[in-house]
Design a protein around this ligand. Sequence first.
Ligand code: ATP
Ligand code: MG
Length: 138
Amino acid sequence: MNRTLAIIKPDGVSAGLIGEVIKRIEQEGLRIVAMRMTKLDRRQAEGFYYVHRSKPFFNSLIDYMISGGVVLMVLQGHDAIDRWRKLMGATDPKKAEAGTIRAEMGTSIERNVVHGSDSPDSAVYEINYFFKGTDFIE
Ligand code: ATP
Ligand code: MG
């Protein structure tokens, strides 16, 4: 049993894909134990993507992540981290496996609809980043 942080990014929200993404999460059998819609400010987005601060795409990534609303969720279940990454597909929609969210709904390597933690350590960091002190609805 573990938890992961999922985000529906601004391109997903503005394209009206919140319901479709949540449907796939629930059909996979992952439980949403916390959820919030918000608009990130620059400081929040930079802190969240701190590991990418020296990448060439960092400033563009931050501009994109603060360009509109996002949906933040904590997902729980056996192997939640890997199962959510599998539903999302590879970072670049062109390389993502057929049937995945990014393959079907992503429009570029940057605008790829969803985020998911990539390891147990990053899941702990990311869940605390947005949901510290929250009561999870198990
Ligand atoms: P995420 O962390 O959002 O779940 P990921 O783990 O698949 O995605 P990362 O390498 O962590 O990919 O990159 C974080 C995000 O930065 C990507 O989801 C994408 O929005 C953006 N990104 C990654 N690589 C590039 C790139 N080469 N050019 C532009 N944007 C990129
Ligand atoms: Mg990542």
